[in-house]
Design a protein around this ligand. Structure first.
Ligand code: UGY
Ligand code: MN
Length: 243
């Protein structure tokens, strides 16, 4: 098949308040805090976002530095393994929340792939502890009674957390029940399947490996297509009022 990316084509689309970031346009860079790794930062405050979301891949083993002061981190293993400072090993679909200021780093053996989210943590009371888990251990709940759309919440429902990280699974043909508009923003990575994402006035075909930034108030809707389930990992600022 012709490599259309080599002829200047891409499905990536960066708008003022939302963005679709697709694999053929990823720019893999090295960073001193992630020696041995290559990173593609897909969402950053430069876009207007309140979070950063990046993919990490490791041609060589990497000892990642802790996040900067005041910055919380959430990591999700896509391939290989991630070793946490406390000895926990995350396999694919394992995740960890590292609160701001704990100085927790990460060891990634060669071959590991992960998605990393970082954001300036807004405390409410004491800081939550670090935690880790596995998607397969988390009970799913039907969203608004639709058992074709299941949500798994990876972080506890506890007001000390200022973000939530969820896996949303759609049966073929299932969709969000309405066009959502909310002040909270989202970072999203398609894990399986695909469908159509409406963002503002644009409609995009999306598939596994695509990433999306939805800025505050962006009208959003997803309908799943295909024969198998579609799943995405989505984060959202949460538990904090806009003022
Ligand atoms: O939690 C959410 O706001 C989620 N339903 N949004 C989305 O999937 N675009
Ligand atoms: Mn939403």
């Amino acid at each position: 098949m012709t490599d259309l990316a080599a002829f200047g084509a891409t499905r990536s689309d960066i708008k003022a308040r939302h963005a679709l970031l697709t694999p053929e346009s990823h720019e893999w860079i090295t960073q001193p805090d992630w020696p041995g790794a290559e990173m593609a930062w897909l969402i950053s405050p430069d876009l207007g976002a309140g979070l950063a979301m990046g993919l990490v891949r490791c041609p060589d083993a990497c000892d990642a530095a802790p996040a900067s002061d005041g910055i919380a981190r959430f990591v999700f293993c896509l391939e290989g393994a991630l070793h946490l400072t406390d000895g926990t090993v995350l396999e694919p679909e394992g995740f960890a929340f590292q609160p701001a200021g704990t100085g927790s780093g990460l060891h990634l053996p060669a071959g590991a792939r992960a998605v990393v989210f970082e954001w300036r943590f807004m405390a409410r009371g004491s800081l939550p502890d670090a935690l880790s888990g596995r998607v397969q251990d988390i009970a799913g709940r039907a969203l608004r009674g639709d058992d074709r759309l299941i949500v798994q919440k990876m972080l506890p429902e506890d007001v000390r957390f200022d973000f939530e990280f969820n896996i949303m699974s759609f049966d073929p043909g299932a969709s969000l029940a309405y066009v959502e508009t909310h002040f909270m923003e989202h970072g999203l990575l398609m894990l399986d399947g695909g469908g159509v994402y409406r963002l503002d006035r644009d409609w995009y075909p999306v598939t596994a490996g695509d990433a999306i930034w939805m800025g505050p108030h962006v009208p959003q809707w997803f309908g799943a297509l295909g024969r198998g389930p579609s799943r995405y990992l989505i984060c959202k600022n949460y538990n904090r009022s806009p003022m």
